[in-house]
Write a protein that binds this ligand. Structure first.
Ligand code: CA
Length: 347
């Protein structure tokens, strides 16, 4: 294989035992720093031989459970407990994380829609440069991936974990389903076709789709959201992360891997699982996060507050299931996602 075409410099010696903590150097020439680089925190905790697991968070900078959980894990996980190698990146799109934003404030890049990235990406496209480095330098070293997401500022989730299923005969799906159960979030959901937004299968531009295409074991999460955290979402994040590490076999089961409830397994397919605002206005929900809903049930109303004589616009669920994602912001524009549901998995 030819050398990856990246200018990112990595401080980690992937063959060295013990704990290493440093920063990837992402070259970035700007008005305030002509020859500067942006530091993306990275750590490795390695002991002997065994599987290599990538723990990732902060692809979206306004999703915090993973950032907190992985930063803490870097500080507290004793290398002696590890059999193999754990690479930890708590804020992969560091410019977005530092700016508390979903997308990078530098180039507007949405990292988890940017895989596999671009070779030789210029300084003006740091998001594509990060995606390329992960795809071409890091993933080839790894056997398993846990990509920790939450809903961010504009969505709120019942704590969930998710895997892709690439068609009905996907040979690696049963192994993913086992990992989904092992993580132990209250909801485990299966994304049909591998892309929530476009049904793009293995070509979906997400990190877990890249990992799936390489035959890795890949799991993602949606742990909470609304731009904040809670004791409950942080507990699910922490236990789930340790459960995943034990499931893969890179640590032993222990107090940290205490069992969580068996998840409710649901499936999420195409557009009918999502409810979007039909117009600009002020959204009043008619459901609670985590509620079971029927096909055609009222999701809420979009009000035109400047015209109290006008009836609000009703918005309805198109399918039955559990409404486990909700927009926590009242102000809406046409096309904003208000909610999504999953239907019970009958596999
Ligand atoms: Ca996310």
């Amino acid at each position: 294989m030819s050398e990856p075409r990246t200018r990112i410099v990595c401080p980690i010696d992937f063959d060295q035992d013990g704990r290493q903590v440093g920063h990837l150097r992402l070259p970035f020439s700007s008005n305030r720093s002509a020859y500067g680089w942006i530091g993306i925190p990275i750590a490795q905790i390695k002991n002997g031989t065994g599987p290599t697991v990538l723990l990732n968070a902060g692809s979206h900078g306004d999703e915090y459970e993973g950032q907190f959980t992985l930063s803490r894990l870097i500080r507290e996980l004793d290398p002696a407990r590890v059999q193999g190698r754990i690479v930890v990146i708590p804020a992969l799109n560091a410019p977005a994380a530092f700016g508390h934003a979903r997308c990078s404030p530098i180039d507007g890049g949405n990292l988890n829609r940017s895989f596999p990235g671009e070779p030789d990406a210029p300084d003006s496209r740091p998001t594509a440069a990060i995606a390329y480095w992960v795809t071409n330098v890091l993933l080839p070293l790894c056997d398993a991936l846990l990509d920790l997401h939450s809903g961010g500022k504009t969505l709120d989730y019942v704590p969930s974990a998710l895997v892709n299923r690439h068609g009905e005969d996907d040979p690696r799906f049963p192994r993913r389903l086992e990992a989904l159960r092992a993580f132990g979030a209250p909801i485990g959901y299966i994304v049909e076709g591998g892309s929530v937004s476009a049904g793009g299968g293995m070509r979906a531009p997400t990190l877990i789709a890249q990992a799936d295409a390489r035959g890795m074991l890949a799991l993602a999460t949606e742990l909470g959201g609304a731009g904040t955290t809670s004791l409950e979402t942080l507990k699910v994040a922490r236990r789930g992360t340790y459960n995943f590490l034990a499931h893969v076999g890179v640590i032993e089961h222990s107090r940290d891997t205490e069992e969580l409830p068996e998840p409710r397994l649901v499936t999420v397919g195409g557009a009918g699982y999502y409810v979007h605002a039909p117009c600009r206005g002020t959204f009043e929900p008619a459901f609670a996060l985590g509620q079971d809903v029927e096909t055609g049930q009222l999701c809420g109303w979009v009000h035109q507050i400047d015209d109290p004589a006008a009836a609000p616009v009703e918005v309805r669920f198109e399918r039955e299931g559990v409404a486990f994602c909700k927009r926590p912001i009242t102000e809406v524009e046409r096309g904003d996602c208000l909610a999504h549901l999953g239907t019970d998995w009958r596999g």
